[in-house]
Design a protein around this ligand. Structure first.
Ligand SMILES: C[S@@+](CC[C@H](N)C(=O)[O-])C[C@H]1O[C@@H](n2cnc3c(N)ncnc32)[C@H](O)[C@@H]1O
Length: 717
């Protein structure tokens, strides 16, 4: 939805890649013919590593191929059989087996992290780990470095892009870091005795040092090994409390919470445990429980000033979550300042619920009557990937290609996949709202965890549910109005909003989404009866390629506009094109902005008569735009609104109050149309009408931008 769909542009590129995959498949099950020696493999790798050092950062556009979908290992470790590098066969997932490997090189980071690994027979193989964190979040050497011991479950051995052979790991749960105290480490790889610490206290100290130095994963390892040593209950409590801080630092909130003792605290629970539990709950968006823990903290430690501050913040989120009252001015200010624009605000789910539809799977329905402009959702992104769209700043833009689905998109989607993989892997408790989203015919894994590790499958879910988004719909609206551009709104930044994802598509939609940073705001764009299904646009209104784009979701839109487009006779289409061309010429001739109004009016009337159905049932998309250019009189305000499908009364200055009886399509220019009405009514001394028109402009603005606190500033009112 609004991501840069470039499937057509890269069709050839993808079919070439499909061919490469097909060719590779031809070697499936065969052993490699020309396997290189360990020395040769590692020397070549080290040479490339040195030659490319420092040259691979850059802000260029990267391309990323999604591999043919395969399931992660779901067999428990105890049931896997160990194999060796020399047993590997090409293009094969070695189901039911595992490899125990030790790195003999430092890592090289490209789309994935690569290193040369050896096994106990001293054979070597290249390992590529995909979906690992960015260098900024976790250095490659913290993931694999010389001496790192890894267990690769159900290894996938394949021909790489450069023709070399290697192991490819796409699922985080398919690779296990083996701690130095693990009994599975073979004798020759065992650490020297001096490296093995047995006392919980000394391991805790090592953990504390790592924590202070910002080596959080090392700290977790030290504390975890410490907890396997004999220790008193008090020592165990302290080690867990320290580990909970390390877990918080690496965003493992589920584990952090568990280590604090939540939900059963001793009467003399220390402040730190309560703070950490409250922080973990806050980050898991469990604001009510976070408030409860902080209230306990305030009760037990009344002089703790920070507790008051943190409690205020949690209460503010809880209030947003429960009531939907936001300080939108503050949200706009934060979205303007923060990069990435991750806003610290809560999700509000308004009067909506998920229900089964007749023919579109599940959908979102209103539970009570709703007025145009009312807030249905204000949803914090489940995950959000920001791409700097300014000239020269496209640091995270990736061309994401899926040869299997023939889908290609340009933007930050590749990063989004990674962000979600990590979020789910770190915090299994937050997974259900994501994993239950629409995933087409793609089969999910039959289990959620294996050996207590979460199983994560994301890319298909993302491709069906991702939204492209501007950093701010306010800025986008202003740009649209200033540049008068009517190009389709595609965006590089993108995210997943799990509730909004239940909204199905319709070109004659009754709801509209807007963005303030990573918050999506969905408002009704017409009055809705209780039980009405909410719909919004997946592609932009009037997009000529809409049907093609909708086919990505398997949608054949059956709205009035699409049905009419299919049934309109070719002669009528030609006639409309001719009239539009003549109008365009008239507007072009009028270089000074003064055009032959009468002539254009005649052409508009002629175009109008090509439609048979009333516009409130079938909006006239070709008409509102040229009518807007003519909008100098109230007559054209009425005409433009009618073409958009509105029913309005009082435009003719009759004693009837100016009122929208039925809302039509909401476009950015709707605000301008109502503002023209406001001015035109005022010029005629119809001040009540004028005030009412301004109110409608404000509602339209709120629907388009997400809020109306910035209306006065934008429209000088
Ligand atoms: C983002 S999901 C929307 C929620 C989905 N209906 C569900 O059951 O979870 C997108 C999918 O919903 C279905 N869908 C959405 N709009 C539709 C429409 N107008 N007609 C038919 N199917 C639609 C398609 O299967 C599409 O791939």
């Amino acid at each position: 939805m609004d991501v840069f769909n470039v499937s057509n542009t890269y069709a050839q590129f993808m079919s070439n890649q499909m061919q490469v995959l097909q060719n590779a498949k031809g070697r499936q099950g065969l052993p490699p013919r020309d396997r290189k020696s360990r020395e040769d493999t590692s020397t070549r790798f080290m040479t490339t590593l040195m030659l490319t050092k420092g040259t691979e950062k850059g802000h260029m556009i990267h391309s990323s191929f999604i591999p043919p979908a395969y399931h992660p290992c779901i067999t428990p470790m105890a049931d896997l059989r160990r194999i060796a590098i020399r047993d590997l066969q090409l293009e094969t997932h070695h189901r039911g087996t595992y490899l125990l490997l030790r790195s003999i090189t430092p890592p090289r980071r490209r789309t994935g992290i690569m290193a040369i690994m050896k096994d106990e027979n001293r054979d070597a193989v290249m390992l590529q780990l995909f979906q690992q964190e960015d260098e900024d979040t976790r250095k490659a050497i913290e993931i694999v470095d010389v001496g790192t011991i890894l267990l690769v479950k159900e290894p996938y051995f394949k021909v790489m892009a450069d023709g070399e052979y290697g192991l490819r790991v796409d699922h985080l749960s398919d690779v296990i870091h083996v701690n130095r105290d693990d009994a599975r480490i073979p004798g020759p790889w065992q650490p020297r005795l001096v490296e093995i610490e047995h006392s919980a206290e000394s391991l805790k100290t090592k953990g504390n040092i790592a924590l202070v130095e910002g080596r959080y994963w090392d700290a977790i390892t030290e504390y975890t090994i410490a907890l396997r040593q004999p220790a008193t209950p008090n020592e165990i409590d302290i080690i867990k409390r320290n580990r909970s801080l390390a877990f918080l630092k690496v965003k493992r909130f589920d584990s952090a919470l568990l280590d604090t003792g939540f939900p059963t605290f001793n009467p003399n629970v220390p402040e730190k445990a309560l703070f950490r539990a409250a922080e973990a709950l806050y980050c898991l968006e469990r604001f009510g429980e976070s408030c409860e823990v902080l209230e306990l903290l305030r009760k037990n430690y009344p002089h703790n000033a920070r507790a008051v501050e943190v409690l205020d913040r949690a209460r503010a989120r809880y209030l947003e979550q429960k009531t939907g009252s936001y300080d939108f001015k503050l949200l706009q200010a934060k979205a303007k300042k923060l990069r990435p624009p991750h806003l610290d605000h809560a999700t509000y789910i308004g009067p909506v619920e998920v229900r089964q539809t007749e023919s579109k799977g599940r959908g979102l329905f209103v539970t009570r009557a709703v007025k145009a402009g009312e807030l249905l959702l204000c949803e914090k992104a489940f995950s959000y990937s920001y791409a700097d769209e300014r000239e020269g700043g496209r640091s995270k833009i990736t061309l994401l290609l899926n040869p299997e689905t023939k889908h290609a998109s340009l933007g930050a989607e590749a990063d989004l996949i990674k962000l979600i993989v990590h979020k789910l892997h770190r915090n299994p408790s937050v997974a259900p709202p994501f994993t239950t989203l629409y995933h087409g015919t793609y089969e999910k894994a039959s289990t959620h965890t294996v050996d207590a590790e979460p199983i994560v499958l994301v890319d298909r879910i993302i491709s069906f549910n991702v939204f492209g988004c501007p950093v701010s719909s306010l800025v986008f609206h202003k740009d649209t109005m200033a540049n008068q551009t009517k190009e389709e709104p595609s965006h590089y930044s993108c995210g997943i909003w799990t509730k909004a994802s239940y909204i199905n598509h319709s070109c004659t939609s009754n709801a509209h989404r807007s963005f303030i940073g990573d918050m999506m705001i969905v408002r009704a764009c017409c009055d809705l009866e209780p039980g009405t299904e909410i719909t919004f646009l997946y592609t932009s209104l009037g997009d000529k390629n809409a049907q093609k784009k909708l086919s990505h979701w398997g949608i054949v839109c059956d709205c009035a506009i699409c049905l009419n487009a299919k049934t309109t006779k070719a002669a009528v289409v030609t006639e409309r094109r001719k009239l539009l061309e003549q109008m365009k010429q008239e507007f072009n001739i009028a270089a000074n902005g003064v055009f032959q109004a009468k002539k254009i009016e005649r052409l508009l009337d002629a175009l109008d008569t090509t439609y048979a159905r009333p516009a409130d049932g079938l909006p006239r998309l070709l008409l509102w735009d040229p009518q807007l250019a003519m909008i100098r009189t109230l007559e054209f305000v009425g005409k433009a609104l009618t073409s958009l499908g509105f029913i309005v009364v009082g435009v003719d200055l009759s004693p009837t109050a100016f009122a929208v009886v039925k809302w039509g399509l909401v476009v950015d220019y709707l605000v301008e149309i109502f503002m023209h009405a406001c001015t035109a009514f005022a010029a005629k001394g119809a001040m009540k009408h004028s005030k009412q028109a301004e109110e409608y402009a404000k509602v339209a603005y709120k629907i388009i931008v997400g809020e109306d606190t910035s209306f006065s500033e934008s429209y000088g009112k």
